[in-house]
Structure formats: C-alpha cells, structure tokens
Ligand binder design. Structure first.
Ligand SMILES: [Mg+2]
Length: 464
C-alpha cells in the first residue's frame, strides 16, 4: 500500500514544479482528520457521569471508543445501558458535545498532524485551509480551540482559510465539501490535496474533479460512510509522519547534545565518561579578578560561600582537550574574561571546529565579539542581545525531565541542552520545529532553543 504522506510530498513537489508562482493549498477536514474525536466523546461521557452522579464511564479508556462520534448509541447499547438511560444520555450528549467548554477542553489532534500542517505553512506560497462540515455558528469556537492546540506547533489557522458548512448540522455535508474546494479555487489557490476521513466526502470531491487534479487522501481513522465510497485513486493512511513527508534528507543531520554546567568536578567526571561530545562551561573571573573560574551565578547576587571551592578554567580545559571533547563557553563576563580565555585557548590544541562561544551582548560588547571572531574564525558563535538574537538566527533548547527542568541547577547533569546545527535557509526551520515537537511529546520542558548555523563540518551524534 502506498504511503499517503509520501504521495502527498510527491504531489506537492509536482504541483509546485508545474505552478512555480501560484499559491498552493492543502485542504484538511477537521473532525476525525485533524482531531481525534474519541477524546471529545470520552470527555463528554465522563462529564455526564460527574453531572448526574452516575458511574457508567468511570473506567472507560479512550481505546474502547472505537466508534464514530455520531454512532454513540451503538456503543451505549454494547455497554449495557438501559433504554431510558440511553435516551437521557443521548439527549444530553447532543446538547453538550459542541458546548464551548467541551470544544476547548476535549479536543485533541492526532499525533503528527500539526507538524505536517506547520511544514506546509512555512513552505513558500503554500497555505493550509480547513474544510469542515461544522456549521458557521461554530466559527469562533473552532478557530479558538484549534489555535489553542496549534500554538505550541506554531501553527496558525485563519478565518479566511476556514470553510464551514453553510447549511445546518449534518445537512448537505458532501455538497459543502465540494463548495469549499470551489471557494478556495475561486480565491486563486491551486488545490494540491484534500484530506478527509469520510469516504463520502472524498467521493463527492472525486466526482467533481474528473481530471484528478486534486490528490485525495483518506484519513483512515473512524468514519461513518461506507468504505466503498473511498475513491480508487485516493491514498489511505493513518499516521501523519513528517519523516515520510519531507524525506530523511531534510531532517536534521547534525543534532548534538551539549552537556550543560560542566562547572565542577563531579559534572566533569560524568561528562568525560559519557558519549556526549559537547560540554558547556560558564566562564567568569574569580572574586579578586585574577583568574578564570567556572560558575553560573555572579558573586554579587550569590556571594562566595565560605565552604565553596572554586573550579578553575585551565585544568578543566586541559581535561576537555585530553578527553577529545568539544567545548562551548558561556561568557558570563566580558573584558578581561574574554582576553584571558583567548590566551588560554590559544595555548591548548582544541581545533576551532570544536569550540563554540556564547554570551550576552551586554557582557561581551562589540570588542569581545570581534576579538573572539578574529582569534577563532572557524568556531561557532552565538550572541544573545537584550531583545533576542543578533546575527544568526538561533533558538535554544534546554532539556530536563519534569520538575528538574524548572531548576536545572538543582541537578546540572540533567540540564542537558541540545543543539541543532542545521543548514541555513528555510529548510532547517521545519527540522527545528520537528525537534521541538518531538521533545515536547517526550515530556521535556522547553525554555528556549538555539539553532546555530554550522561553520565547517560536524556529524550527527544523536538524532532526535
Ligand atoms: Mg471528518
């Protein structure tokens, strides 16, 4: 069976080749295509229990809800609810399933679908439209709830790219789907593909497009109409797999972990024993301003404790060099701190490709940046200005499981950050989004992301 995301990728490329300057559009249905309606059902059923003091759905698992949202009654029969209970429940369900609170709280996207949408949204002259059987009066709620889900993927759904059923609920849906496609064509879009879970909708669009200009994709989730309606030339699929869509070659090839906070002996030991190549040290001058030391916090806010032993940069640098490690220096101060660091770095034999600098513009100042770039022209470099990034586009990922992520210093060994060295240009953006989305799903807290343009080579150590 053909992979539907690969089919979509091929069709998109082909359409772009044939229409180099036209606005391209990929059209998605919402319910059962972007949103997994089983979560809506679960939410509404359990809300019923809560509001009525019943326990019909106490231990219900979402996996058990293997029915279309319009066929709930069949499910209730199978669950052994009495006629009377079913009637009360169905009335309540119909009344409440589209209540704004349910729409906001119960809707969940299928895994991967928002990454796919994001990928299209950031391609040049490419748009994603929604074509739904939901009636017009749900426009504001629909946009609000979808955008709430989409925010973390930086997906944005706009009203002008949302076509809703002009008739009432469950009326003329197939006609409305065709009308939606016609509407977007009349707005000057070239429709690349239409994705829907209902076979009847796909059939209606197929009938209206005998030339088969539009690729039809069947989201093989839960649907109501008969599968025989799935047009022969459509491609079915379940998984929104970005890798199939954009191809392995477009994914980040140079993803690397950076071990943060290699500022003390225990961390240095763990880091040297690990298979992680990049380690980050926080560099500043000691309280007397004589020597370079490793310390995240400044002495003004966190004074030097009586029992605090200082870690000196020079022996740590030697360990990095001996261990074949790469070094990222976070300059916490400029001026003499930069001068001294350059002197010491020039003494050791760490190749420039294995050096990377980072610092706040306030600390480094123009002088510090110029000195570093002149001394190490091939090293990666990143400067954070007061309002964000200066110079290269950059993002920073700070990863740490659960609670620890909020206070990485509580356990620096968990405060590993990940650096993605992608290629400059639009191609690397989806790659970083991909990492973001993946990390988020893995349960990591993300504070920021750094994306450094590569200088020179560097291979993948770990892929996400
Ligand atoms: Mg649908």
């Amino acid at each position: 069976m053909k992979n539907w995301m690969k089919a979509l990728a091929r069709r998109y490329e082909e359409t772009r080749r044939q229409n180099p300057r036209q606005k391209l559009l990929v059209i998605f249905d919402i319910d059962g295509t972007i949103l997994d309606m089983r979560y809506m059902m679960l939410y509404v059923l359990q809300l019923f229990d809560r509001e009525h003091g019943t326990r019909y759905f106490e231990n219900l698992d979402v996996e058990e809800l293997n029915i279309h949202e319009n066929q709930l009654e069949t499910f209730l029969v199978a669950r052994g609810l009495s006629d009377e209970a079913r009637e009360t429940l169905m009335k309540w369900y119909e009344k409440n399933r589209w209540a704004p609170s349910a729409v906001m709280q119960s809707h969940r996207p299928f895994r991967g679908v928002l990454e796919v949408i994001r990928w299209f949204q950031i391609q040049p002259e490419t748009y994603v439209a929604l074509n739904t059987g939901r009636p017009e009066f749900l426009r504001a709620d629909t946009l609000r709830s979808l955008n709430a889900l989409a925010g973390e993927f930086r997906v944005d759904f706009k009203s002008e790219l949302l076509f809703m059923n002009p008739s009432n609920w469950e009326h003329d849906i197939v006609l409305s789907k065709v009308a939606g496609i016609r509407h977007f064509e009349s707005e000057g879009f070239k429709v690349v593909a239409f994705i829907d879970n209902e076979p009847a909708n796909l059939k209606a669009v197929a009938d209206a497009d005998p030339e088969q200009n539009i690729l039809l994709l069947h989201a093989d989730t839960l649907f109501e109409s008969h599968p025989r309606h799935v047009p022969a030339h459509s491609v079915s699929g379940k998984d929104y797999d970005l890798v199939s869509l954009i191809g392995e070659e477009s994914l980040p090839k140079h993803v690397q972990f950076v071990w943060q906070g290699v500022n003390d002996i225990p961390n240095l030991r763990q880091f040297l024993a690990s298979n992680i190549t990049w380690g980050e040290m926080d560099l500043r001058m000691d309280p007397e301003g004589r020597d370079l030391i490793l310390r995240h916090d400044d002495f003004y806010e966190f004074p030097h404790g009586e029992d605090e032993s200082l870690s000196y940069f020079e022996p740590f640098l030697a360990s990095f060099e001996k261990g074949g490690k790469s070094l990222q220096i976070d300059f916490k101060e400029g001026g003499p701190c930069v001068d001294r660091a350059i002197d010491l770095l020039e003494k050791v034999a760490i190749p420039e490709e294995r050096l990377c600098f980072k610092g706040n513009l306030h600390h480094l100042e123009e002088r510090g940046i110029r000195l570093l770039s002149a001394a190490f022209a091939r090293a990666g470099e990143e400067v954070l200005g007061p309002l964000g990034r200066l110079g290269r586009e950059s993002l920073r990922l700070e990863l740490g499981p659960g609670e620890k992520a909020r206070n990485p210093r509580a356990d620096p060994s968990l405060g590993i950050s990940r650096r993605h060295r992608g290629s400059p240009g639009p191609g690397s953006l989806p790659a970083s989004d991909f990492i973001l989305a993946r990390c988020h799903r893995l349960g990591f807290q993300l504070s920021s992301v750094v994306l450094l343009w590569p200088r020179g080579g560097g291979g993948a150590e770990l892929s996400v």
